[in-house]
Every structure is written in structure tokens, then in C-alpha cells.
Design a protein. Structure first.
Length: 286
């Protein structure tokens, strides 16, 4: 697959994933919705691996890569689904846009990367101000929505930690193998989470919209999107990959308002603009 096609798919899928999470959790419990999504991705991924004869290594380094990848998938997805009951899809996407800044902070500790330059520190401070504006209405409305924001922030932390830890593994592997291996590791964890936190089906409550959203996320979010991401990560520099964090929140906010009637308050718009400018300053400081 050409890298440009992978990049386009990644932006498109990441822009629509938050809305898909909200829709899939409307009538299906969050833990079951994410488990069903992963099962769809795992079964389809296994079929593709079998048909194309892609080699999936199980060496120590490969398993370490799958494990580090599963940290971001499990922590990031489970908490995002739990937050989707109270947090609009646009805000979920916007908060995930902070991942490059959090990744930079974690990389200083885990990869011994240089400390932030003064410009990056200014960008970090501005991003925090933007986050305050974005979360203002949510926290004011109810404690439940404030808890949802905390879930999203923790999800971004897991996602960022996973991306940093992956950089510590030196191995050449097919993107499809990475995707399938990570799904093999993480799907049982989602089953355990569903069993402990819910454990019930309530099939009579499921709507067609939720099922279609789960199918879309299983095929595109868990498989095609991950494949495109790993492909892009292997072929483009970090700043180009990070550019998606400036693009996807804007689309996600628009889609949430257009297709899901999510309100765009003045505080949210101001916060979104501040965060996107901060990210641009952080990524393209030179």
C-alpha cells in the first residue's frame, strides 16, 4: 500500500473513530462494545494473515512489541469507551491530540530524550490552558462528565506510554503482523474486563446503529487503521505522523456536531483553537 494512501486512511479513520465509539456504546455496554470490536478485528486479521502467508514472529522481541502495543490499545480504548457515555466524541478526539506532548514528557524519562526547549514549554503551558477551556463546561455540568474527562486523559496517557515503549524495541516486522500480534495479546484482556465489570449481554437492547458502529470500528478502527498507522510510522518521520493530531480533532468536532448534534460552546471552540495552535507550535517549533 502506498504511504500516501495509508496516511489518508489513518486520518479518515482516526477522525471518525470517536464518533463510532459514542454510537457503539449507546445501546451496548462499553466493555462489551470494545470486546466485540476487538473480536471482529482479530478474526479478520487472522484470516488475512492466513490467506497472505504473512509471517507473524513470536520471538522475545516480537512479543515485547505486541505487549507494548497492547498497552495503548487496552488502556486507551477501554477508558475511551467508558468515557463515551458522558464525553462528546469531538472532545475525546481533541484530548487525544495532546498525545505528542505527553509522549515527549514520557520520552524524557524513558528514552533519555532532551528536555523541552523554551518554545515547547510555552506550547505545553498553552495546551493546558486550552484543556481548561475545553473541559470547563463538562466539569460544570456534572461530576459524571468530569469523571469521563479523567477517563479520557488516562486513556491518552496509556496511548502515549505505548508509543514511547514501542520505540525501545528494535525489530523489523510487517505492519500486519504487528497489528495481529497486538490483537492476540489484547483481546483476552478485554474479555476479562467485560466479565469482571459487566458480564451480561442484554441483546434485546442493542440497536442497529450500535452494531454497525462496532462492525466499522472492528474492521477499520482495529485493523485497517492500525495497519495504516504502523505502515506510516515505519516510512515517515515523526513530525509528519504527529501532524494527524492537528487534523483529526477538527474533523471529529465537525462530525460530532453534524451527525450527533453535539454542542459547540464558545469555551470549547476557544479551547480547541488554543490546543491546535499549541500542538502546531510544539511539533513545528523549528
Amino acid at each position: 500500500m502506498p504511504v500516501k494512501v495509508s496516511y489518508f486512511l489513518m486520518v479518515l479513520i482516526w477522525s471518525t473513530t470517536p464518533l463510532g465509539i459514542v454510537w457503539s456504546s449507546e445501546t451496548v455496554s462499553p466493555t462489551l462494545a470494545v470486546l466485540m470490536r476487538m473480536l471482529v478485528g482479530l478474526l479478520l486479521g487472522g484470516l488475512i494473515v492466513a490467506i497472505t502467508n504473512i509471517r507473524v514472529p513470536w520471538s522475545k522481541n516480537a512479543c515485547l512489541l505486541y505487549f507494548y502495543s497492547s498497552i495503548g490499545i487496552f488502556g486507551g480504548m477501554l477508558l475511551s469507551y467508558m468515557a463515551a457515555k458522558t464525553v462528546p466524541s469531538g472532545i475525546i478526539s481533541l484530548m487525544f491530540g495532546l498525545a505528542p506532548i505527553l509522549s515527549g514528557l514520557l520520552a524524557q524519562q524513558l528514552l533519555n530524550e532532551p528536555k523541552f526547549s523554551p518554545i515547547k514549554l510555552v506550547a505545553l503551558a498553552c495546551a493546558l490552558i486550552g484543556l481548561y477551556f475545553v473541559s470547563y463546561n463538562q466539569v460544570q455540568n456534572s461530576q459524571t462528565q468530569g469523571l469521563g474527562l479523567l477517563y479520557v486523559f488516562m486513556a491518552v496517557c496509556f496511548f502515549s506510554l505505548s508509543g514511547v515503549m514501542i520505540k525501545r524495541v528494535q525489530i523489523a516486522i510487517h505492519p500486519m503482523a504487528t497489528t495481529f500480534g497486538a490483537l492476540v495479546f489484547v483481546t483476552p484482556l478485554f474479555f476479562i474486563a467485560w466479565w469482571l465489570l459487566d458480564g451480561e449481554l442484554h441483546i434485546q437492547n442493542w440497536s442497529a446503529k450500535s452494531l454497525w458502529a462496532i462492525g466499522y470500528l472492528g474492521i477499520f478502527g482495529s485493523l485497517v487503521g492500525a495497519l495504516a498507522y504502523f505502515h506510516v510510522l515505519q516510512n515517515l518521520n515523526a513530525s509528519t505522523v504527529s501532524l494527524t493530531t492537528l487534523i483529526t480533532p477538527s474533523f471529529a468536532l465537525g462530525l460530532g456536531a453534524w451527525l450527533n448534534n453535539e454542542s459547540l460552546s464558545q469555551e470549547l471552540i476557544i479551547g480547541a483553537v488554543i490546543i491546535l495552535i499549541s500542538l502546531g507550535l510544539f511539533i513545528f517549533q523549528d
